[in-house]
Write a protein that binds this ligand. Structure first.
Ligand code: TXA
Ligand code: MG
Length: 315
């Protein structure tokens, strides 16, 4: 089947048994379906079939060098795809199901489409906790490749209508499960012979994961482009007050048109970040500013996303 480059009518179904059955039917036919996870909505397809994976890249306009995360139902399914050393297995046993992605060596015999890993010798694996994607994994009985369900480089989706903003007319179905709980993409850790490397900060804080914390916080994932998660207007970070032409997203006592968490709770701020950026993008103001967010715990992941959203666009 050719990648989905023809416009399609995108159906939206509220989560439930029938919606999961329809989603599984579409995925087994090689199509893509947006599904909520506990982090952000993912665009899922059959990870074992080249044409299904190609449909993800086509719908997102994603560069083919940027590999996808493979979602699995449990550690056993993950170990059939990647090689887990004791350190990787310990992390999986501690945090799965949950918002942690592990990058481990790919088993050469694994039944995974080559495009999923963009030809790398490693594979990113995640066992998600959200009941919707877990039900879909059970119904499909195969691993699902799923990047965030947004057009490449735009703000990630934490609600079904965010998915429709950039992928409406490009994908077959959105499963609507309401707002996602965590709001930021999974923490990504690479495990190799030399130890653990943080590739992307996320809901699981680095201090909780790595003991002692790594010396380098350098972001190494190939898809971690400097400009990413970006609204379609200029964004200013660490702002103390709004300029007249700015939509201002506050935090704690620094209030604005919006506030990520009036009580200064970083978990709440993470869960609301992308929805607030979407609102800023839709506001009549030509620019967006965001208050300073403390760089501790999940605040590190929030600041990572904000810096990328504010970075000059790569062409
Ligand atoms: O929370 C999440 O992780 C969401 C939900 C849907 O699971 N998914 C997600 O996928 O954020 P995506 O494609 O937007 O981000 C995946 C990141 C990219 O930066 C990619 O480069 C990196 O994971 N990645 C994938 N495979 C990799 C590998 N083998 N080595 C290093 N980085 C890898
Ligand atoms: Mg993404």
């Amino acid at each position: 089947m050719a990648p989905q480059d023809e416009p399609v009518e995108t159906k939206v179904l509220a989560l439930g048994d029938e919606a999961i059955a329809e989603a599984a039917r579409l995925i087994l036919a090689g199509r893509t379906v947006a599904v909520p996870t506990e982090t952000v909505y993912g665009l899922a397809a059959d990870a074992t079939r080249d044409c299904a994976v190609a449909a993800i890249y086509a719908a997102k306009g994603r560069p083919s060098f940027n590999p996808l995360i493979v979602h699995v139902g449990d550690l056993e399914q993950a170990e059939a795809i990647g090689r887990f050393d004791p350190a990787a297995r310990a992390l999986a046993e501690r945090w799965w199901p949950g918002p942690l992605t592990l990058v481990v060596p790919l088993r050469p015999e694994a039944a995974i489409a080559r495009a999923v890993t963009a030809g790398l010798g490693t594979v990113a694996l995640r066992c998600p906790a959200h009941p919707a994607i877990r039900a879909l994994l059970r119904a499909c009985r195969r691993p699902l490749a799923a990047p965030s369900a947004n057009s490449s480089g735009t703000i990630s989706p934490t609600r079904a209508d965010h998915v429709l903003k950039t992928l409406g007319g490009r994908i077959a179905l959105v499963l609507d499960g309401g707002e996602t709980a965590r709001g930021l993409e999974s923490t990504i850790v690479k495990v190799d012979g030399s130890g653990l490397h943080l590739l992307r900060p996320g809901p699981i804080a680095i201090d909780d994961l790595l003991d002692p914390p790594p010396t380098s916080g350098r972001i190494e994932a190939p898809g971690q482009l400097a400009s990413h998660y970006a609204p379609s207007k200029p964004l200013r970070v660490d702002a103390t007050a709004a300029e007249p032409d700015e939509w201002f997203i506050g935090f704690g006592r620094v209030d604005g048109d919006d506030n990520l968490s009036p009580g200064g709770d970083l978990g709440e701020a993470a869960a609301r970040l992308f929805a607030a950026l979407h609102r800023g993008e839709e506001s009549p103001k030509p620019r967006v500013a965001v208050a300073a967010i403390p760089a501790e715990g999940i605040g590190l992941a929030i600041n990572d996303r904000l810096r990328r959203a504010a970075a000059p666009r790569e062409t």
